[in-house]
Every structure is written in C-alpha cells, then in structure tokens.
Design a protein around this ligand. Structure first.
Ligand SMILES: [Zn+2]
Ligand SMILES: [Zn+2]
Length: 232
C-alpha cells in the first residue's frame, strides 16, 4: 500500500514520457552516435559503419540491429540511434513500451485501500477459533538420531569409521601397517635413538606426526615407547 503510493507519486513527477534512467541513456547515445555512418540500402534497412572496421545492418521497421543490443534491452543501440536520427525519426518512439510513463502508471494506479482496526469489525455470535486438538501418533517416539553409514558408536560417542581409510606407515611408507607395528622400527636400537629424541624437545625418535598419520589416527602412544626403554 505504502509502496504503491510512493511509486505512483514518483512516476507522476517524471518530466519526460520515459523512465529517467532510460532518457539519460538515450541522450548519451545520441551524442555518441555521431561516429556512426548509416547508409540506406532499401526496405527499411541500413548498413551502419561504426568505430574501427565494425559494420552492422539495422532494420528500422523490425527494430533490430545485427549487434542484438536493441532486441535484448528494447532500447536502440548507438547504430540504431544514428540511423533513426539520420532518417529524421524520434528515437523515443522506438523504445520498448514498458519503459514508458503510461506503462508505469498502469502498474501503480490500482489502489489498495486501508482497513479499520479490529475494534470496528462487526461482531458475530460464533465461538472464537481455537487451536486444533493434540493427537497422539502411533508407535514409539523416536529418540536417537539416525547414524550415517560411515559412523560408528564408541563409548556413547560417534566417530568416523576407519574401514575405507588406507593406513600408511610413516617410517617405511608402506601400506597396511602403522609406525607402531613397523618391522623396521623393531630392528632399531631403541636406547640410542631415545636419548636423541629426549633432547629434541620431547618428540620420540625425532618423530613428528605427519598430516597423513593424524588423518588415519596412527600417532604412536608414548606409553608404549616408555615400556620399551625399561626393558632395554
Ligand atoms: Zn547495434
Ligand atoms: Zn613400516
């Protein structure tokens, strides 16, 4: 309602019979169209040469230009304007009707009338409308969420399944086992490497958990390493 009033007032203030934005655009094109050279070839068709080597065919009767701009936006392109001015026609007569003032007025003229408040409404003897009754549905109510196919439940929590993850050892780069169960690691001198590791800021054997091993969850446990040291 408010919008209609505002728009209607706006449209009535237009000084031209066309949308102001379109008017500005056409005026600009009129000035720029002097670079085009239209030549009449007959049957309402013109051959228009523009800037550079560009050349297009303009048909005044069909309101078309070979560049397709006129057909697309409904406003003559620079070549169309040039042709219309050369043939002593008004470019505003060749603009799509929806840009015209009469079309906008037609759209905004219908009036949405205001209404009185509820205190002014006529009263009836019928019961006031109530909410529908609550209806208990059949079956046991659902409490748990549906688990995804790749989820597993561990200790009351869910986590991603490891079925589809290929485990790769960070020591020998082979698939199928991890750092903790690697054969190469078993053959190493645990004591010597452990001493080196302790000096390097707490990392075991200079081991840095790579992105890959974090992903597959094969970071070795410190606890296990410690028991090895005691044994040796
Ligand atoms: Zn064109
Ligand atoms: Zn390995």
């Amino acid at each position: 309602m408010k919008m209609l009033v505002r728009k209607r007032a706006d449209v009535e203030e237009w000084t031209h019979d066309i949308r102001p934005k379109v008017f500005k655009f056409v005026e600009k094109l009129k000035l720029e169209s002097s670079i085009c050279q239209p030549n009449y070839s007959g049957n309402h068709k013109y051959q228009v040469r523009g800037a550079g080597d560009k050349q297009y065919v303009v048909n005044i009767e069909n309101k078309t230009c070979a560049c397709n701009k006129w057909q697309l936006i409904g406003i003559p392109c620079i070549r169309g304007i040039s042709t219309l001015l050369t043939s002593n026609r008004d470019p505003y007569q060749f603009i799509y009707i929806k840009y015209k003032k009469e079309s906008f007025l037609k759209a905004y003229t219908p009036v949405i009338y205001g209404i009185n408040g509820p205190s002014m409404w006529p009263k009836t003897n019928d019961k006031p409308i109530q909410c529908p009754d609550f209806k208990k549905h059949k079956g046991i109510p659902k409490k748990a969420m549906n688990m995804q196919p790749d989820e597993v439940r561990v200790g009351g929590k869910t986590k991603l399944r490891r079925d589809y993850v290929v485990i790769r050892c960070t020591k020998c780069r082979q698939e199928g086992h991890n750092w903790g169960t690697c054969d190469r690691r078993a053959g190493m001198n645990g004591e010597a490497s452990e001493t080196v590791a302790r000096t390097e800021g707490g990392t075991v054997n200079g081991y840095q958990p790579s992105q890959e091993s974090i992903h597959v969850g094969t970071v070795p446990k410190r606890k296990r390493k410690k028991t090895n040291t005691v044994m040796e």
